[in-house]
Design a protein around this ligand. Sequence first.
Ligand code: TTP
Ligand code: MG
Length: 436
Amino acid sequence: MRSEAKILHLDLDAFFAAVEQRDKPSLRGKPVVVGGAGPRGVVATASYEARVFGVRSAMPGTEARRRCPNAAFLGGRFPAYRQSSEIVMQLLEEVSASVEPLSLDEAFVDLSQSEWDLTRLDEHVEELRGELTRRTGGLMASVGVASSKFVAKVASEAAKPNGFKIIESGDEVDFIAELPVRAIPGVGPVTESKLLTIGMRSVADLRKASREELGRELGRAAGEGLAELAFARDPRRVQGEREAKSISTEDTFAVDIVDRSELEAILRRDAAHVAKRIRAAGVFARTVAIKVRMADFSTVSKARSLGGATDREESIAAAAIELLEEVDVRGGVRLVGVSTSNFAASAQERLFDEGIHAPTPTHTTNEVDVSGVRGRGWFPGADVLHTKHGRGWVWGTGLGRVTIRFETRNSGPGPVRTFTEDDPALVFSPELMPLP
Ligand code: TTP
Ligand code: MG
């Protein structure tokens, strides 16, 4: 059975820790542990420098501190992780119309839906990894490509960190032979221990077993499924956004914007990005919407139907800019987004002159979103702003004092200073700086 290597699996390296090292120059090249604070907390992830000491995800924080007392132990900054995740997913959506995110830092991509020349796969993969590092300001991803989801995922794992692995068709079965049974999707601790009791440790062991034997131990369906996977036969398809109801993009700003022409320029850029993805998906949008979040976190959404269907950035941008005219931006805008929906599958409905024909407003909604407004106080790693010393992060707290390291992603390692916890010059400041 020959099938081409067409499924790509991408997974960021030490994701949360890598974001922290990117944003905190003094931590680059050092052991960093995210999570595990408090007496019962567990580690979310550790930088590769901390993994050398045996620190792992899901390990109790107390154990991690024992193994690597000199690591920086930080709380999580989810808005920052989400920001980078969105950039990565957008990049993947430019590669293929069919992208299936599995978590914030991991996705499958169906390369048969891409314009890549599969005879130059390694060049495309290296270009993708490089572009990802550029757009995220320094994160790294590992990539596996194979004929199935299972093998692609194992390949990206084998490529870590900062590498890629392409499994040619025909090589899958050998490539997975030595894997422990636990590496097979769907094999959890219970199935694993059942398999170990009948002497099956590796995928190769499973291949030698009869289906009857596996069926007896695991039940018929599970046994069959496992036997198939042991031969690298995995029919699961990438569940992408081909059936998507909308395609959208949005930007959050470091500083609230009041200048309308600046917002229009951003909408134009968003429209270009959305149009590119619409074309990649092979659809045409009949509806364009914008989302505008104000400085006070109230959110306005406005939508309008076009006179036809389009995949052109000029049409989408023009509609978005017209919609923005109905919004009072004088109070400051912290986020804008452009969304397209109501897709037509063919170009027949395409706008004749690609102008906007008598657009009709379809709906206006107001919602209030307070996510990310409140911080969790002075947790280690939290972003702060000092009126005199500028931006920094919480290095440590105790005895009514808080120690700040004044540095940002672009500053290089910075100095440490200590303040009283209630110093009015110091505020929690979760605003994200734009990337890169
Ligand atoms: P992973 O991709 O499993 O781990 P990772 O990116 O940190 O490291 P690598 O892929 O290089 O092995 O998970 C992605 C993020 O999800 C991780 O950075 C933190 C979070 N996470 C948890 O919060 N808890 C967990 O138990 C795991 C495994 C991950
Ligand atoms: Mg990862």
